[in-house]
Ligand binder design. Structure first.
Ligand SMILES: Nc1ncnc2c1ncn2[C@@H]1O[C@H](COP(=O)(O)OP(=O)(O)OP(=O)(O)O)[C@@H](O)[C@H]1O
Ligand SMILES: [Mg+2]
Length: 316
């Protein structure tokens, strides 16, 4: 590896370390944020209220000096509230595009399941194509574009679950859990000091060029043929399980490939091992597999199914 790459790697690492100082005991979430950043993917995050979902994405945006926008999804939201719309200007007699909140680099799409399908699909389309079409005109979203959508696991009345068939547009589906007692103490200490003092500025700053360079390095990472075969066998195996109505699509293979590479790179290794694939497998596959009707009836756990899958497919 040449010098500039090592430098980028150190800077990205510094971002992760800084995030882990600011967000205590949620190392899985912070690492997943970086995997998304390193691959150009988007995250769906599920967790009870108050588990630092907002805090983590906001802190990431600060660390990479990117524009941040939170969009609260509600039942009365319209697609144009998210994408923007053409506004008539009487002075000029022309229509002018007024960009919506999506035109920012880091987006928190909060409680996506509270907005109707039309709004959700406007978001999913923007994520997939990195552009927004209004009327006949297409507008490019920022080159660095990262969406973290949140979903509350507590069943609410009047929510619109994201369409299962579109969930696989999210690179990762992360489940956030409660911090342990020691982390809870540290969270209190941080909250108290933040209450008393000025906000702490990020100690690291990354610019978009660093991110793009890192993405190229990640994409170039070596994966041995045997490891690639292991990845393929894992995905193919999902299509033969009785417990599933639908297995993983090729999008899942691509996501596994990208996330495993990003995971290896983030750990300073220049080749992918089966352990990298196993590490990301749950978060990559969890939302892409659809249980069969029969399986869903009897206390089915998708995570356990993925555990079994990892047990069953021989590791090279
Ligand atoms: N792991 C943590 N480290 C540091 N601070 C934390 C952590 N978890 C929660 N907090 C603090 O608790 C409060 C709630 O966090 P935050 O607003 O990010 O939660 P959230 O997951 O977005 O909740 P909601 O689902 O209600 O939007 C904030 O003041 C945040 O700073
Ligand atoms: Mg929040």
């Amino acid at each position: 590896m040449n010098a500039p790459n090592v430098d980028t790697q150190q800077r990205i690492h510094a971002v992760l370390e800084w995030l882990n100082q600011r967000i205590v005991g949620q190392e899985r979430l912070t690492e997943r944020l970086l995997l998304a950043l390193l691959t150009g993917g988007h995250l769906l995050v599920e967790g009870a209220p108050g588990l630092a979902k907002t805090r983590s994405i906001r802190e990431l945006a600060r660390a990479i000096a990117a524009d941040f926008q939170r969009i609260q999804f509600t039942p009365d939201l319209l697609p144009s509230d998210v994408t923007g719309s053409e506004i008539y200007r009487p002075e000029t007699g022309e229509f002018e595009f007024q960009a919506g909140p999506l035109f920012n680099s880091v987006i928190l799409a909060d409680e996506v399941n509270r907005a109707p399908a039309k709004v959700q699909s406007a978001l999913l389309e923007a994520m997939a194509e990195q552009q927004v079409s209004v009327g006949k005109v297409t507008y490019r979203l920022p080159e660095l574009f990262l969406v973290m959508a949140t979903q509350n696991p507590i069943e609410q009345e009047g929510t619109y679950p994201l369409p299962e068939a579109q969930l696989d547009r999210f690179l990762l589906h992360v489940v956030v859990d409660y911090p342990d007692a020691q982390s809870e103490r540290e969270i209190l200490a941080i909250a108290r000091s933040e209450f008393q003092h000025e906000d702490v500025a990020p100690t690291v700053e990354l610019d978009p060029a660093d991110v793009f360079e890192a993405r190229r390095a990640v994409a170039d990472l070596y994966m041995a043929p045997a490891v690639e075969e292991y990845l393929v066998q894992l995905v193919v195996a999902t299509r033969q399980l009785d417990e599933l109505a639908f297995g993983a699509s090729p999008r899942a293979s691509i996501a596994l490939d990208q996330c495993a590479k990003a995971h290896a790179w983030l750990n300073g290794v220049d080749y992918v091992s089966p352990a990298d694939i196993q590490n990301v497998a749950h978060d990559v596959l969890r939302h892409r597999l659809i249980p069969s009707f029969e399986a869903n009836v009897v206390g089915f756990s998708m995570d356990r199914l993925i555990d079994d899958l990892l047990e069953a497919v021989p590791v090279p």
